[in-house]
Design a protein around this ligand. Sequence first.
Ligand code: URA
Length: 433
Amino acid sequence: MRMVDLINKKKQGGELTQAEINFIVEGYTSGEIPDYQMSAFLMAIYFKGMNKKETANLTLTIINSGDQVDLSEIKGIKVDKHSTGGVGDKVSLIVIPLVASVGIPVAKMSGKGLGHTGGTIDKLEAIEGFKTNFSRDEFIHNVNTYKMAIAGQSANLTPADKKIYALRDVTATVDSVPLIAASVMSKKIASGADAIVLDVKVGSGAFMKSLAEARELAQTMVEIGKSLNRKTIAVITDMSQPLGHEVGNANEVREALEVLQGRGAKDLTTVALTIASYMAVLGEAYTDFHNAYKGLQKIIHSGQVVNTFKQLIKIQGGNPEVIDNPGKLPQAKYHVEVKASQEGYVTAINAEAIGVSAMLLGAGRKKKDDLIDYSAGLTMVKKVGDKVNAGDTICLLHTNLEEYNEAENMVRSAYSFCDTEPKPINYIYEVIQ
Ligand code: URA
C-alpha cells in the first residue's frame, strides 16, 4: 500500500477499507507516514467526508493504538459524559457529584484545556491541593467506595488521537464531523465507559456553528457508540454565548457550587440537569428522563449534593473548606469593569471571543505547556436578552496582569446590541438517542 494512492482515493471521494485505515493511522502514529502526507489526507477527509463504516473503523483503529482502561472491577454501569467543548462549560463539575449521589459510579477521565475552551481538570485544580494523578487501584477504590473519582487521561490512551489532533490543530482540519466523532468516541470507549452521554455544543463558541452540523456530529457519534455496543445519547446544547455567568477556573468552581446549592444560572442549571438526567437513566437509577430530572432537582433542593461535592474534593486531596467559604478559592488582584457604550438589549455575545479573552487574562493556555492563573477569568454580568443603559457594567475582567487592554477590547466587541428585545435562546435544541 502507498500513502499517496490512499490520499488520492479519498480525494476522489472513495471509500477506504479497514485495512487502509489501519495502514494510515498505524503508519502515522509510528512515524513512518510524514506530517505532509497526513495533512493532505486529513484535508481530503475534511472535503470528502467519511461514511459511517469508515468512521467506525477509524474510531476502532484509534482505540487500538494504545491502552484500554479496564474498569470491570467497578460495580454497576459506568456512565461517562463528554462535551465537544465550550466557553464557561463547567457541567462536569456539577454532574459528577449529582450523578454519584444517586448511586451511579462516575469514573471520570478528563483532559486539560487548550485554546479558548477550558479543561475540567484545570478547573478543579483551582482548589488548593486537588490532584488527579491517582494509581489505577486508588482510582477504582474511590469509585467503588464513593461512586466518583476523577483522573487525568493515562499517557498511552489513544496516542494516535493525540498525534492526529495536534496536526489537525495546525492544518485547519479540526472542524470535520468524522474526525471529531472518531476522536471523541475513541477516548470515551478506551476509557472504559459502558454508557456515554454527549453534550454537543452548537453556536459561536463551539466547533459546530450550525444546528445542521451539530446534528450530523451527534448522529455520527451515537451511531459509533451503537456499533461498538455502548449505549449513547447526544444532547445538542447552546453555545451561542458562554454558559452561565463565569469563565475561568476558580470562577467556574464557584459557579458550579451555586448550581449545586440550587441558586445557579438558569441556562447552566438546565443543561447540567439535562445531561445528569440522561446519565442517571443510562445508569438505570431512573426509568425515564422526566423522573430523573425531577428526582435530581429534588436532590439539589435538599442540599445533600453539596456534601457530595465536598466529599469529592476531600477524596481528591483538595481543601474542602472552599465549599463553606468560596473566598478561599484563588482571587485575582485586579477586577476591571467593561461598560456598555450604548443603550439597548444584548442580542449576542461571541463566545469564542470571550474564551480567547479569558486566555489572554491568564485563565487558559496558548501552548500545551503554558502555566495557567486559576484566579483569572471573566464574569458575564449581562447576557443575551438583558437590557442595558450606556455606562452599565456588562462584564468584569479578573486578572493579575497589568496589561489587559487587548482582552478588554475583545470583550467589548464580543457584545452586540439592538433596540428590540431578542427572542429567548433555547438551552437545549435536540436529543439524539
Ligand atoms: N474534542 C475532541 O476530543 N476531539 C476533537 O476532535 C474535537 C473536540
